[in-house]
Design a protein around this ligand. Structure first.
Ligand SMILES: [Cu+2]
Length: 183
């Protein structure tokens, strides 16, 4: 569904761009005094620039704390009280210190790599990306995720890491809360 929305949005914006190009092309045939156009253009540009800064600043303030990488935020929300799972990307597999989870588990993934850079991407059953970070040799990147729904999740590599990249898939099963009996 999201892919479809993204596709229609892309087509719509490409159409808008095409309109803009057509307008510019059409206007280019007309000649006029440059200084008045320049003055008008600079006014619009200044307004546009300040507006863009205001929107970006607002969006940054509203969303930065929601990123799943911030340990202070995780502490505030109790996300760091759960399991700590060490994840290592290797050509071509994912090694994990723990592979069984229950719905409701708060997990801190400490992600690294042993050879080249990989991309840790956690997908839910609908193949929606729910958490991701870089897996880099010599670094540990932490990402927090709470398994709200039981099901079969998958970890895919999001960074092309040579010939076997596409086989870097690991399935992890998240059991329903309180065991399999309440399914
Ligand atoms: Cu990889």
């Amino acid at each position: 569904m999201y892919q479809q929305i993204a596709m229609y949005a892309t087509v719509f914006f490409v159409f808008l761009l095409a309109l803009a190009f057509a307008f510019v092309y059409g206007e280019s045939k007309r000649s006029g005094e440059y200084s008045t156009i320049q003055e008008k253009g600079y006014k619009i540009r200044k307004f546009y620039f300040l507006g863009l800064i205001a929107i970006m600043a607002f969006a940054t303030v509203m969303t930065l704390g929601r990123l799943p990488y911030d340990s202070n935020q995780a502490e505030a929300e109790g996300l760091n009280e759960g399991k700590v799972v060490k994840v290592t990307g290797i050509q071509y597999a994912w090694e994990m210190s723990e592979e069984t989870f229950k719905a409701g588990d708060k997990v801190q993934f400490d992600v690294t790599a042993s050879d080249v850079t990989h991309g840790f991407g956690l997908y839910n059953e609908n193949m929606e990306l729910v958490a991701q970070t870089q897996a880099m040799p010599g670094y540990t990147n932490t990402v927090y995720y709470t398994f709200k729904e039981p099901g079969t999740y998958q970890i895919l590599c999001l960074e092309y890491c040579s010939a076997g990249h596409h086989v870097m898939v690991k399935e992890i099963v998240v059991e329903p809360e309180g065991g399999a009996s309440d399914e």
